[in-house]
Ligand binder design. Structure first.
Ligand code: HSE
Length: 428
């Protein structure tokens, strides 16, 4: 490397523009911190003449990101194009193959091809860094691979999609239905071009699969994440959960149990007083449990120009300082292919049963729960709605298979006016 660090940057959307702005505004600060000038040599994006509010005057333009990635006058290729295939993938492969370091914010690409790219980086002796890919401005990758490298991790939990957290907290605060808040989030520009990436839990699932691999030393396995989005979370359940002292979150959970790796991204209840329960708006939070450190909670902005650019620039500085390191925290050859576990262990559950209002109905429900080995911790009957009586139950900790069995038995008795709702209650 020379006394300046030369960047080729592909993708000038919100994050790419933010990175250029950061590198320009913090130019002397960054030079002091890494001992060399960071210079953007060339950029590539879809539209050359779009007004981005930044001066690209002295920076060369490349129409093709793959050509940019292969230039021999860059040290680092920064990929901010996005997408799990296409030019993002081919340009990163070209850069790594040409012996260039790569910094990316592309969670979808890493969730699907991260192992392949990490191997390529390793075999060419270059860095592949992706702090911005998980939870935006929160430095969770460095925390897992560096600061907490002396720990055996037991659990990673978190809210990793700000749009979903915005929707859920806004529904609760304003008493609005999902569809209304979804439309509001869309008009505010919070949603991805394909909204299902956000509300379907896919974007958050991508992030969780990357963290699991690093924490548990496994190959990235997005396909085994149990995924459920927030589309079916009702305002009724959010309000009932609040009355019981809980909040509904799209919660990612990864843990290694005796069967293998269990990963899920689904709506759960967490205590309102817990760190995750107090997470408002579009922020993200990751809760890491390790031995011997115990629990570490990281909270911050999971998206947006400034926070995401902060993570990208942090990776650039690391490389400028001569940081090497392995993309996934250990050699790719040592990453295992774990058995997949659906066993989420035992936990309490919130149940909402909309029941016909007749004598003997509760006896049938109690009998079905008892038959499945589900013990009731708390139970409340709400005011009637039409001909239906909503009954809320919080169970004692139990396996989800017992809840499934109980719900089938309850439905089979014919006492429900609507399909029962069951949400896991997790510690937050
Ligand atoms: N759409 C994501 C979010 C940001 O709402 O958190 C990018 O992953």
């Amino acid at each position: 490397m020379e006394d300046s660090l030369r960047i080729g940057l592909a993708g000038l959307g919100t994050v790419g523009t933010g990175v250029l702005r950061n590198l320009s505004e913090h130019r002397s600060l960054l030079k002091e911190r890494c001992g060399k000038e960071i210079r953007v040599v060339a950029v590539s994006a879809r539209s050359r003449h779009k007004d981005r509010g930044i001066d690209l005057g002295s920076i060369e333009w490349e129409d093709d990101p793959v050509s940019l990635a292969s230039r021999d006058d860059i040290d680092i290729f920064v990929e901010l194009i996005g997408g799990e295939n296409g030019p993002a993938k081919t340009s990163i492969q070209a850069a790594l193959g040409a012996g260039r370091h790569v910094v990316t914010a592309n969670k979808a690409l890493l969730a699907h091809h991260g192992h392949l790219l990490a191997e390529l980086a390793e075999s060419h002796g270059v860095c592949l860094r992706f702090e911005a890919a998980v939870a935006g401005g929160i430095p969770i990758i460095k925390v897992l691979t560096e600061a907490l490298a002396g720990n055996r991790f037991t659990r990673i939990a978190g809210v990793m999609n700000g749009t979903c957290n915005y929707i859920l907290t806004r529904m609760e605060a304003a008493g609005l239905a999902y569809d209304e808040v979804f439309a509001e989030a869309e008009s505010l520009g919070y949603l991805e071009a394909d909204p299902n990436l956000d509300v379907g839990g896919i974007d958050a699932g991508h992030k969780l699969s990357i963290l699991s691999a690093i924490a548990f030393g496994t190959r990235i396995d997005f396909d085994s994440v149990t995924l459920e989005g927030i589309q079916r979370v009702s305002i009724a359940d959010i309000e009932y959960a609040a009355e019981l002292g809980y909040r509904v979150k799209l919660l990612g959970l990864a843990q290694m149990n005796d069967e293998g790796l269990q990963q899920s991204m689904q709506p759960c209840l967490v205590p309102a007083s817990s760190p995750l329960g107090q997470l408002e708006g579009a922020d993200n939070m990751v809760v890491v449990t390790g031995e011997p450190v115990g629990q570490i909670v990281l909270r911050g902005a999971g998206a947006g120009e400034g926070p995401t650019a902060s993570a990208v620039v942090g990776d650039i500085i690391d490389i400028a300082r001569g940081g090497s390191g392995l993309a996934l925290g250990r050699p790719c050859a040592t990453l295992s292919t774990p058995a997949i576990s659906a066993d989420t262990g035992i936990s309490a559950f919130y149940l909402r049963l909309d029941l016909v209002d007749q004598p003997g109905v509760m006896a049938k429900v109690a009998s079905a729960l008892a038959g499945a080995g589900v013990s009731i911790d708390r139970m409340r009957q709400k005011s009637h709605r039409n001909l239906s009586a909503p009954v809320l139950i919080v169970s004692h900790p139990v396996a989800s298979s017992a809840i499934d069995q109980a719900l089938i038995a309850i439905s089979d008795t014919g006492v429900c006016t609507d399909p029962p709702v069951a949400l896991r209650i997790e510690s937050g």
